[in-house]
Design a protein around this ligand. Structure first.
Ligand code: ATP
Ligand code: MG
Ligand code: MG
Ligand code: MG
Length: 349
C-alpha cells in the first residue's frame, strides 16, 4: 500500500474548483493500492489533515473540514509528513491559482523531500505569472497577442500614461487580467477607456500586477500535455462559449459553455497546435501535466494564450476529457500522473 496525501482547497479564488477536483481524483484512486489522506487548506490558509479515507467521498462538500482553530496547523501536515511511519509516499496537490499552482507548495514539498504530482517549482511559478509566461513563450518563438502590463505601485500616479499607452499600442476590445490567477477570475473585457480604467482597478483587487491584452477574434482550442522529459500531447478540444467570453460562470456556474472534442480543425492546424503545446511545455521545463490554451484564427494562425500547470481536473474538465477521447480512462490519467511524479523524484535522488 502506498500512502498518498491529496492537498486541496487553498487560499485562492479557485478554492471551490479545487474541492470538485479533489473529490474526482480521490474517486479515481484504487483504494486497494493507496491509503488516502485528505488534506484541506481552508480559505484562510489554515491546514487541516483529515482522517484516512476508507472509500471515496460522496460529495465535495464533505471535503470541507471545519478548521481546528490552530493558526499554524500547517505544522500538523509537516509533522505527519516528516514522521517515518506516517510519511506520504506521494502527495497530489489539487490546488488551482496562487498558493498551489504557483510553485509555493511545490517548494514546501521539495524542502520536505516529498515526491509530488505535477509541475515543479519553476514551471509552476513561471506558468502562473502571465507576464513571465509570455516572455518565455516569446523566447520559444510562439505567437501571442500584443499586450502591456503594469504593477500597482507604478500605475498609481501614472494612470493616464498607462491608459494612453494601451490605447496607442493596442486596439479595443482589450482583456484585462490579474497576472497571477485563473478560472477567469478578475478578467474583464473592456471596449473603451472608461471600461478599461474600471477593469484595471478590478484586476488590481486580485494582484499587484496586471496584464492588458489585445482582444482577438478566434476559436479557442485547448490541448493536454502529459509526461516529463518526453511529453505526449493529446488531440485538440474546442471551447464554445455561448456568451461574450469564457468567464468564471461560463466555466463553472451556468453550464452555458459547449465543448467540441475533437475540435473540427485541419490536420495542419492540429499539427501546429500540437507542436506549440509541446514547445510551451518544454520552455517552462514542465513535468506531469499542462493544459495549453490557444486562439486559432480563421486563416489558421495559432496564438498561444496561456498554459495551466494544474488545470481543472474533474471528469468533465477539458484536461482529462482530451485524454479520455484518446482512449485512456480518467483513473489511468490520475495513475500516470502519480507515476510521473514518482519517476521525477527518483531521477533527482
Ligand atoms: P484558466 O486558467 O481557467 O484557463 P485564466 O483565468 O488563466 O483561465 P485566460 O485563459 O487567460 O484566463 O482567459 C480567460 C478567457 O478569456 C479565455 O478563455 C477567452 O475566452 C477570453 N480571453 C482571454 N484573453 C483573450 C484575448 N486576448 N482575446 C480574446 N479573448 C480572450
Ligand atoms: Mg489560466
Ligand atoms: Mg488556470
Ligand atoms: Mg485559460
Amino acid at each position: 500500500m502506498k500512502k498518498i496525501g491529496i492537498v486541496y482547497g487553498g487560499k485562492s479564488a479557485e478554492h471551490e474548483v479545487s474541492l470538485m477536483t479533489a473529490k474526482a481524483v480521490i474517486a479515481a484512486l484504487d483504494f486497494s493500492k493507496y491509503v488516502v489522506t485528505p488534506i484541506y487548506i481552508t480559505l484562510d490558509g489554515e491546514w487541516v489533515c483529515g482522517e484516512t479515507l476508507q472509500a471515496p467521498v460522496e460529495d465535495a462538500e464533505s471535503l470541507r473540514f471545519a478548521g481546528t482553530g490552530q493558526k499554524d496547523s500547517i505544522e500538523q501536515f509537516v509533522t505527519l509528513a516528516s514522521n517515518k511511519t506516517s510519511r506520504f509516499d506521494v502527495v497530489f496537490p489539487v490546488l488551482h491559482g496562487p498558493n498551489g499552482e504557483d510553485g509555493t507548495i511545490q517548494g514546501l514539498f521539495e524542502m520536505m523531500n516529498l515526491p509530488y504530482v505535477g509541475n515543479g517549482v519553476l514551471a509552476s511559478s513561471a506558468g502562473m505569472d502571465k507576464v513571465v509566461m509570455k516572455q518565455l513563450f516569446h523566447q520559444a518563438g510562439l505567437k501571442q497577442v500584443p499586450y502591456l502590463y503594469s504593477i500597482h505601485s507604478q500605475y498609481e500616479g501614472n494612470k493616464a500614461a498607462f491608459l494612453d499607452a494601451c490605447e496607442q499600442e493596442l486596439t479595443y476590445p482589450l482583456f484585462v487580467k490579474p497576472a497571477n490567477l485563473g478560472s477567469s477570475v478578475g478578467i474583464t473585457k473592456a471596449k473603451n477607456r472608461a471600461e478599461l480604467e474600471k477593469a484595471i482597478d478590478f484586476a488590481f483587487t486580485y494582484d499587484r500586477k496586471i496584464v492588458v491584452e489585445q482582444g482577438i477574434v478566434a476559436r479557442e482550442i485547448e490541448l493536454s500535455v502529459l509526461g516529463n522529459d518526453e511529453p505526449t500531447v493529446s488531440i485538440a478540444g474546442e471551447v464554445l462559449p455561448t456568451k461574450d467570453f469564457y468567464d468564471y460562470s461560463a466555466k463553472y456556474v451556468d453550464g452555458t459553455t459547449n465543448y467540441a472534442i475533437p475540435a473540427e480543425i485541419s490536420e495542419a492546424e492540429l499539427h501546429d497546435l500540437q507542436q506549440a503545446a509541446i514547445a510551451a511545455f518544454k520552455i517552462l521545463d514542465g513535468s506531469g501535466l499542462v493544459r495549453a490554451d490557444f486562439f486559432l484564427t480563421d486563416s489558421g494562425e495559432v496564438y498561444i494564450n496561456e498554459v495551466n500547470t494544474l488545470p481543472g481536473f474533474t471528469p468533465i474538465s477539458m484536461y482529462p476529457k482530451l485524454w479520455i477521447a484518446s482512449g485512456k480512462t480518467y483513473s489511468q490519467v490520475v495513475e500516470e500522473l502519480i507515476q510521473l511524479g514518482l519517476e521525477r523524484f527518483e531521477e533527482k535522488q
